[in-house]
Ligand binder design. Structure first.
Ligand code: SF4
Length: 339
């Protein structure tokens, strides 16, 4: 991956403000600012990790990109047949050709698979909906997909309950691959799995990326999960990206206090390095009433006077390392050695 690799996805100042409605007349009394001005690009074949606590807006970003939601503001561009095409205002019908290329793997393999459908039906569903193949060709394609994700072809007539959590997630991955996509939103794909199984599914996703040239937006609440699969990592807090950097650099030299706090919970590979866990005071503020200035200031142990008054600029502090913090130049934050 380098700077000459073409950009596949370009998200610019994306916002999703959900209205809060009250009373019989459903009067709008405020907005939940779930996503509040998010910008990033993803290059072809790259994995961008998107990390933050639950409720920070990361899943909403994934749904906006796939146009399962219509953004309140901002723009989404996707490279299609060599041209950057704007998806922001496309209708359901206009999105159909793009949906073949843009897929999602869901968090929960227990609820995302229809228990009344066989593996054959689940994996072949996208092929049937898009009318891509039928008959013997359809069965052959499902067989190929099951082999690709490490499942036994003999099990294609079984139902989801007959499989373990890791195997069910493999079924979900096979379904996502059915239409030969180029871009996949992986929405917490291993969070519901045992730690021992997580590594197997992450390795599978990495192998598939190498074999098929896939591009991932990998969403997780856990920095230790995204490290080994991501080329770059973006950290989200209260609807904003607060830091974005190449993965190795972000873990070793974080520049935002929120990233430092998240990293303090990641186990270090160096037994001599004792990182003290940073417990953030209070809860994440409500996205309907975000604090003024830096949104993180009520919980930041480094906050100064300026932090509650002025919104920090989003700036490139070193090449390819972006941060929104007034004090980023002065702070010496603690990273971790994880491998
Ligand atoms: Fe903390 Fe201030 Fe930086 Fe915000 S701008 S992260 S409050 S030091």
């Amino acid at each position: 991956m380098n700077l000459t690799t073409p950009i596949l996805l370009d998200v610019h100042d994306l916002k999703m403000h959900f209205p809060i409605q009250r009373g019989l007349l459903r009067r709008v009394v405020g907005h939940v600012r779930a996503v509040d001005g998010v910008s990033f690009t993803i290059r072809q074949g790259e994995t961008l990790g998107l990390v933050g606590e639950s409720g920070c807006g990361k899943t909403t970003v994934g749904r906006l990109i796939l146009r399962a939601l219509k953004p309140t503001a901002g723009r989404i561009f996707y490279r299609y047949n060599g041209e950057m095409v704007e998806l922001t205002h496309k209708s359901r019908r206009e999105m159909k050709p793009f949906r073949r290329e843009m897929q999602i793997i869901f968090q929960d393999p227990f609820s995302s698979l229809n228990p009344r459908m066989t593996v054959m039906d689940i994996v072949s569903e996208p092929l049937r909906i898009h009318g891509v193949v039928s008959g013997d060709e359809l069965r052959a394609r499902v067989r190929e997909l099951l082999e690709q994700v490490g499942l036994r072809v003999q099990h294609m007539n079984r139902y989801p309950y007959a499989f373990s959590g890791g195997q069910r997630q493999r079924i979900g991955i096979a379904r996502a691959l059915a239409l030969k996509p180029k871009f996949i939103v992986c929405d917490e794909p291993v969070s519901a799995l045992d730690v021992s199984i997580q590594a197997q599914v992450l390795n599978l996703l990495r192998d598939l990326q190498a074999d098929l040239g896939l591009t991932y937006l990998f969403i997780s609440h856990d920095l230790s999960v995204v490290e080994h699969i991501s080329d770059r990592v973006a950290v989200m807090y209260l609807g904003h990206i607060v830091e974005l950097a190449p993965a190795e650099e972000l873990y070793a030299v974080p520049r935002h206090p929120y990233t430092e706090a998240l990293l303090s919970a990641v186990p270090s590979a160096d037994p001599d390095l004792k990182v003290q866990r940073i417990i953030l005071p209070g809860d994440v503020p409500s996205p309907s009433k975000p604090p003024p200035g830096c949104k993180f200031h009520p919980r930041c142990r480094y906050a100064g006077d300026i932090c509650s008054r002025e919104v920090p600029l989003w700036r490139e502090i070193t090449p390819d390392h972006w941060v929104a913090c007034h004090l980023a130049d002065a702070l010496k934050l603690t990273g971790v050695v994880t491998s």
